[in-house]
Design a protein around this ligand. Structure first.
Ligand code: HAM
Length: 404
């Protein structure tokens, strides 16, 4: 084993994996462009407080999963565990609210969470996230969820989109109380972690995977029954628009998400094949204000790129590969052929191996070339090259005049 290994939870993406990774990113970005999202390139490091204030002190991410460290001046910084907090910080800092009535931004890049690594869960993973700032209208929620649905359909991935409404400042406090009362009654069934969550962050208990906790919350009061008029209307409009758009969805009254900034709509696209969440998001109408901006409603989602490409069966075949093989003192002429083929848009590899024709053709085969372009003294003298189809073995002479 070599002396140095990558750090646990941090991975190299090589060959086919890297291609699938890129195919997923490209497809999502093409879709985002159609919805007129603009890219924002965000730093990987923020002040720790940005995450504490946004994601919430009582969440697993902030309590257990941050890669936090002190800089030379003793200030606490952290590698970003997600993109929304940084996007909101940037929106406020750059006063984007003063420029446009609403902003539609997307970002991509690595995120870092100190979780226990397993299939589909890494310590460095990649998200493409999109955020819409400035509109409270449920039609935005519908557009965002429609976009998630379209991404999954185009990737040919089977997933169920679960939705819920978790209310707002007006209606959630009453629900929290009702839920706490229920949890007090069933506290004997709760796991250690949920006993602790019960008072500080009771909604998270709904999300616990421990079987006794699941059983304990089965008959718990549901947030949807406590929604104020505004939230109820918002949720029902959202469902109406999704139905009009033929976006299939499932209501999950226990869907709460692991980040505290959410209000009203939350959603997750869960893979039917693996049961893991591929894309998730929701509305966060108070966060811009919380980070020092004017009251600005917002909603967004983030796609986990690793989880998506893991499930990807196939990607578009690449352009056929040409390999230019010079044999003899003809490299100058071969370089001109390479240049001309590439300028025609062909994918071309120049053989760097100094060997006879047979060895070089073996190399072309190993590299998966579709065509070999053979160049010897005769070709150079005569102003042509020999094009060999590696599948059929057929050879043809192609006239070649170097561009001046
Ligand atoms: P999240 O649910 O924490 O939401 O993450 C979004 C997606 O990132 C997940 O559905 C999953 O695909 C991927 N993901 C999360 N953790 C890991 C991990 N350890 N390894 C691999 N993939 C992972 C957010 O991050 C919110 N910022 C989404 C959002 C944007 N809400 C509003 N705007």
């Amino acid at each position: 084993m070599p002396e140095f290994q990558s750090v646990r939870g941090f991975h190299d993406l090589i060959g086919e994996e890297a291609k699938k990774f890129r195919a997923v990113c490209d497809l999502i970005k093409r879709k985002l462009a159609l919805y007129n999202f603009e890219e924002i390139v965000l730093p990987v490091v923020e002040f720790l407080e940005v995450f504490q204030r946004s994601i919430g002190e009582a969440t697993d991410i902030v309590q257990k999963e941050m890669f936090a460290f002190q800089d030379k001046k003793g200030r606490w910084l952290a590698l970003r565990p997600e993109g929304t907090a940084g996007a909101v910080r940037a929106y406020v800092q750059n006063r984007l609210y003063a420029i446009k009535p609403y902003a539609k931004l997307f970002y991509e890049g690595p995120m870092f969470r100190h979780e226990r690594p397993q299939a589909g869960r890494y310590r460095q993973f990649h998200q493409i996230g999109a955020e819409v700032f400035g509109s409270i209208e449920p039609v935005v929620d519908a557009e965002v969820i429609h976009l998630v649905h379209e991404i999954l359909s185009e990737l040919n991935l089977k997933a169920v989109i679960e939705i819920n409404s978790i209310g707002c400042k007006v209606c959630r406090p009453d629900y929290r109380e009702a839920l706490k009362q229920h949890l007090n009654k069933v506290e004997g069934q709760l796991c250690e972690v949920c006993l602790d969550r019960k008072d500080r962050n009771p909604l998270r208990v709904l999300d616990c995977k421990v079987p006794t906790c699941k059983e304990a919350v089965r008959d718990a009061p549901k947030m949807v029954d406590f929604l104020c008029n505004e939230c109820r209307e918002h949720y029902s409009k959202l469902k109406e628009y999704l139905t009009a758009l033929s976006v299939p969805f499932q209501e999950n009254p226990h869907l709460v998400r692991g980040l505290d900034y959410y209000t009203k709509t939350v959603f997750e696209a869960v893979s039917t094949e693996l049961g893991i969440t591929l894309i998730a998001g929701g509305r966060y109408d108070y966060l811009v204000e919380e980070l020092g901006g004017p009251p600005t409603p917002a909603i967004g989602f983030a796609a986990g790129v690793e989880r998506l490409y893991m499930l990807l069966k196939e990607i578009q075949p690449e352009e056929p590969l040409y390999m230019v093989i010079p044999f003899g003192d003809v490299v100058d002429y071969a370089l001109l052929v390479v240049k001309a083929l590439r300028s025609e848009g062909k994918r071309v590899e120049l053989s760097y191996k100094r060997a006879g024709l047979k060895k070089q053709l073996e190399l072309a085969n190993k590299l998966g070339c579709r065509y070999a372009v053979l160049i010897g003294e005769e070709e150079k003298e005569g102003g042509f090259y020999t094009l060999k189809d590696m599948e059929t073995g057929q050879q043809v002479r192609v006239e070649f005049t170097p561009a001046l």
